[in-house]
Write a protein that binds this ligand. Structure first.
Ligand SMILES: Cc1cc2nc3c(=O)[nH]c(=O)nc-3n(C[C@H](O)[C@H](O)[C@H](O)COP(=O)(O)OP(=O)(O)OC[C@H]3O[C@@H](n4cnc5c(N)ncnc54)[C@H](O)[C@@H]3O)c2cc1C
Length: 430
């Protein structure tokens, strides 16, 4: 007989959500987390699109450590000198709050505490070494030579799935499957933030930016989110591009972002309170491993579940939903006590009925758009040339928009056929 019904590895959003669901239904759960307290090693931008939390913590917004709700959303293209932004702000966001800025140290501790209050045994500061196997089946986890047994293990260890790789249940990551995210939390008084971003009370701003100012073909994007009295600012750069361009470092990129003429005034006078770096899952559908096997399921970033299209970067909602689905799968199988590979295929079936696998399937190939050189290298410069000619009056005769656009594309060596075919691909995939 196993010591636990389920062992959950990792108390991030995926693991804690799974543990809350299981423990609140009286399952015997061990939640193992390497950091102490949980969240101290975790990084998100981060906007939490936390709708799925409703299923495990009713009215979670009232008690969760959220910073501000997203009232104002921007997508920006940055060149060396300019920024071209699409700003969206709506009263509808007040009525139907859907995204909240969060700081992971607070959020993860809160979620892990909820798991423990629901009855899960939470062990912090312990790193699982690998899965314990017997006759080809997972029977628990190993740590420092000790084996702890469970009927099923839910692996929710995040974007660097070392346990899964070392246990031979998933392939090592390829450079193209991950990006590197670097982030600063910059302290700034609440009233300054409100003034600079045109916000009131709990209203918040979330901006995502395409970096068209980087040299040497490096493709990267950035984010800027407002918290109560701090700003989360960061850059995400493709690992493949970073490695192939030996001269650029992720810290140079964030430095260029926060000194950009349209960003620097927003954070002026702020004090860096925290600096962190983390892997981001970017591989899309093609990077998803087998999600289950004899005695285990994989959830969250460890399973490659995340969504990024340049307008939003989401992973926490996929983590929460997949953690809950893994928990529900286990409970459905409990009566028969069968946790074999074929029984646990129910996990994939269930995930296919949720947005998690539906999004991954529907947006197959989106990673080729978000990391394409049309968006990162050419589009910002083309937009800048067009805007400059339209808005900078210089005493010359005006030209038709079509002519301005054609010249801007020519300067960037982008033919109209390339522009049309790439835009079509982009629109289809986005
Ligand atoms: C820079 C950046 C910005 C992002 N912005 C956003 C955003 O704005 N919105 C959004 O929704 N998502 C965002 N994401 C993605 C999001 O952070 C992840 O998708 C999400 O954290 C995944 O949750 P998870 O529970 O699967 O993994 P994680 O949050 O990584 O949690 C995994 C947990 O497992 C623990 N662990 C790992 N190995 C072991 C082990 N061997 N033993 C015990 N414990 C272990 C870790 O310490 C960690 O606590 C961002 C990510 C980055 C890096």
């Amino acid at each position: 007989m196993s010591e636990f019904d389920v062992i959950v590895v990792g108390a991030g959003p995926a693991g804690s959500s799974a543990a809350i669901r299981l423990a609140s239904k009286k399952m015997n759960v061990l939640l193992v987390e390497k950091s102490d307290p949980p969240g101290t090693k975790n990084v998100s931008g981060g906007v939490l699109w936390g709708h799925e939390l409703d299923n495990i913590i009713p009215d979670w917004e009232k008690t969760a450590p959220v910073e501000r709700y997203v009232k104002s959303k921007t997508v920006g293209f940055l060149t060396e000198d300019s920024s071209i932004n699409i700003d969206f702000r709506s009263r509808k966001f007040d009525e139907n709050k859907s995204g909240y800025t969060v700081l992971r140290v607070k959020l993860d501790q809160w979620l892990a505490k909820k798991a423990s209050e629901s009855g899960a045994m939470l062990v912090n500061g312990v790193t699982v070494d690998k899965l314990a196997m017997k006759d080809g089946k997972v029977i628990g986890v190993e740590q420092d030579g000790d084996t702890i047994t469970a009927d099923t293990v839910i692996l929710a260890e995040g974007a660097n799935p070392r346990v899964a790789i070392q246990s031979g249940i998933r392939e090592p990551l390829k450079d193209r499957d991950v990006a590197i995210g670097v982030k600063e939390v910059i302290k700034l008084p609440e009233d300054k933030i409100n003034e600079r971003f045109n916000l009131r009370g709990k209203e918040g701003f979330a901006g995502e930016y395409v970096f068209g100012f980087l040299k040497g073909g490096v493709e990267a994007g950035g984010f800027l989110y407002t918290n109560k009295d701090s700003i989360s600012l960061g850059a995400v750069v493709s690992m493949e591009h970073l490695r192939s361009n030996g001269n650029t470092h992720s810290f140079d990129i964030i430095e260029q972002f926060n000194s950009h003429p349209s960003i620097a005034p927003l954070i002026e006078g702020g004090k860096i309170d925290e600096y962190s770096a983390h892997m981001v899952q970017e591989g899309g559908f093609g990077s998803i491993p087998k999600l289950f096997g004899d005695g285990y399921m994989i959830a969250g970033d460890a399973a490659g579940f995340s969504f990024s299209n340049g307008l939003v970067l989401q992973g926490m909602n996929y983590a929460i939903q997949s953690g809950i689905t893994a928990a529900d799968t286990f409970m459905e199988l409990k009566e028969k006590g069968n946790y074999s590979d074929s029984a646990l295929s129910l996990y994939q079936e269930k995930l296919q009925k949720t947005f998690v696998l539906q999004d991954m399937i529907n947006f197959k190939g989106i990673e080729n758009v978000t990391w394409g050189n049309l968006i990162h290298q050419h589009l910002p410069n083309i937009l800048e040339s067009v805007m400059l000619e339209i808005f900078m009056e210089n005493g010359m005769p005006k030209r038709h928009m079509y002519k301005i656009l054609m010249d801007a594309m020519k300067k960037e060596n982008v033919s109209s056929s390339k522009m049309i075919s790439e835009s079509f691909k982009m629109i289809r995939r986005l």
